[in-house]
Design a protein around this ligand. Structure first.
Ligand code: F6P
Length: 328
C-alpha cells in the first residue's frame, strides 16, 4: 500500500446500539494498529466528539469484546451536533489532538451528521452501517440486523407455544421505525399468518380476509407480525378492531421492543463488522471520505454517504408473495 493519507483517526458509535458494534470497533482499532495509525475511541457519539471525550486505543483495549452486544464506546443521539456551533466545537476538539479522519458507526442520523461535518470542516469521515433496522442503502446487510432477526424469531417461536396451546391470536410487534425487514423475515421464518410492514399498502379488510381463510382451513391459532412503523394503526388498535370483528378470538399483544437490540452478536454480524471495520480504515488510508463501507454481493464497496441515506434497499417482492402463499 502507498503511504497512508491519515495518521490519526477516531472511532465513534452513535444512534441506536446494535449487536456487532463492538466487533466493528475492535476491527477499526486493530486495523489501525496494524498499519501504525493512532486510533482514538470517542465516547458517547457526537456528544463525546464535542466534549473531547477521547481515549487512545490499542489492540489490548478491545480484548474480549467481539462477542459482546451494545457498544463499549457508548452511544447517544446528540441534538447539539445538529447545530453549527456544536460541530464547530467538535472540529476544535479534533484539531487539538490532530484527528484527520473519523469512523462513524451508526445509522442514517449518524451518517447525516458525518456528512455535514465533513462538508463544513473537511475532517475525513467514513461510515459503517450499524443498525438493526437494515435500512441503509449500499450494503446488503447492516451490522446488528442478523442478530436482531434471530432474536425476534426465537421470541416468536416461544410465543407460538402459547398461541397453539390456548388457540390464541397473537399480534407481535417487532422493531423497525421506517423499515419492515425484521418483520418480513421473522414473519416468514416463524410461519406467521400475516406480516404488516411500512413499505406495503394494506387495509384492515386484508387482515380480516386472511383470518377468515385461516379459520375456514381449520387453523386454531395465529400469529401476526407487525413492524413498529406500519401505517394501519397501533398494534393495540389492530387487536381491538380484530376483536370487534371476531368476538370469539382470544387475542393477545406482545411488543418485543429493545430485547431485539441486545445480546451477543451472531456469527454473521461479527464477520460483517470485522470486514467493515477493516474496510473503513483502509478507505481512510486511501484518502476516501464522505463514503460508507458496505458489503454487497460479498464484496467490500464504498457508497457516497448521501446515497446511502437517501436511497433504500427494496423489499424483496418474492418474499412478500411467498409469505402470503405459505400463510394458510
Ligand atoms: O433504529 C433502530 C431502532 O431500534 C428502531 O427500530 C426503533 O424505532 C428505534 O431504534 C428505537 O430507538 P430508542 O432506543 O431511542 O427508543
Amino acid at each position: 500500500m502507498t503511504e497512508s493519507q491519515v495518521k490519526k483517526i477516531g472511532v465513534l458509535t452513535s444512534g441506536g446500539d446494535a449487536p456487532g458494534m463492538n466487533a466493528a470497533i475492535r476491527a477499526v482499532v486493530r486495523t489501525a494498529n496494524y498499519y501504525q495509525l493512532d486510533c482514538f475511541g470517542i465516547r458517547e457519539g457526537y456528544s463525546g466528539l464535542m466534549e473531547g471525550n477521547f481515549t487512545k486505543m490499542g489492540p489490548r483495549s478491545v480484548n474480549n469484546i467481539i462477542n459482546q452486544g451494545g457498544t463499549i464506546l457508548k452511544s447517544a443521539r446528540s441534538l447539539e451536533f445538529k447545530t453549527k456551533e456544536g460541530r464547530q466545537k467538535a472540529f476544535e476538539q479534533c484539531q487539538k489532538i490532530g484527528i484527520e479522519g473519523l469512523v462513524c458507526i451508526g445509522g442514517d442520523g449518524t451518517f447525516t451528521g458525518a456528512k455535514i461535518f465533513y462538508e463544513e470542516f473537511g475532517i475525513k469521515v467514513i461510515g459503517i452501517p450499524g443498525t438493526i433496522d437494515n435500512d441503509i442503502f449500499g450494503t446488503d446487510h447492516t451490522i446488528g440486523y442478523d442478530t436482531a432477526l434471530n432474536t425476534a424469531m426465537e421470541a416468536i417461536d416461544k410465543i407460538r407455544d402459547t398461541a397453539t396451546s390456548h388457540n390464541r391470536v397473537f399480534f407481535v410487534e417487532v422493531m423497525g421505525r421506517d423499515a419492515g425487514f425484521i418483520a418480513l423475515n421473522s414473519g416468514v421464518a416463524t410461519g406467521s399468518l400475516d406480516i404488516l410492514i411500512p413499505e406495503k399498502k394494506y387495509s384492515i379488510e386484508n387482515l380480516f380476509r386472511n383470518f377468515r381463510k385461516a379459520k375456514k382451513s381449520g387453523k386454531s391459532s395465529n400469529i401476526v407480525v407487525v413492524a413498529e412503523g406500519e401505517k394501519l394503526g397501533s398494534i393495540y388498535e389492530l387487536a381491538q378492531q380484530t376483536k370487534a370483528e371476531f368476538p370469539d378470538f382470544d387475542i393477545r399483544v406482545s411488543v418485543l421492543g429493545h430485547t431485539q437490540r441486545g445480546g451477543a452478536p451472531s456469527c454473521a454480524d461479527r464477520v460483517l463488522a470485522s470486514r467493515l471495520g477493516y474496510g473503513a480504515v483502509i478507505g481512510l488510508m486511501e484518502g476516501k471520505t464522505n463514503v460508507m463501507a458496505g458489503i454487497r454481493a460479498n464484496q467490500l464497496v464504498y457508497t457516497p454517504i448521501g446515497e446511502a441515506i437517501k436511497k433504500h434497499n427494496e423489499m424483496n417482492g418474492d418474499l412478500i408473495k411467498i409469505a402470503e402463499i405459505l400463510a394458510t
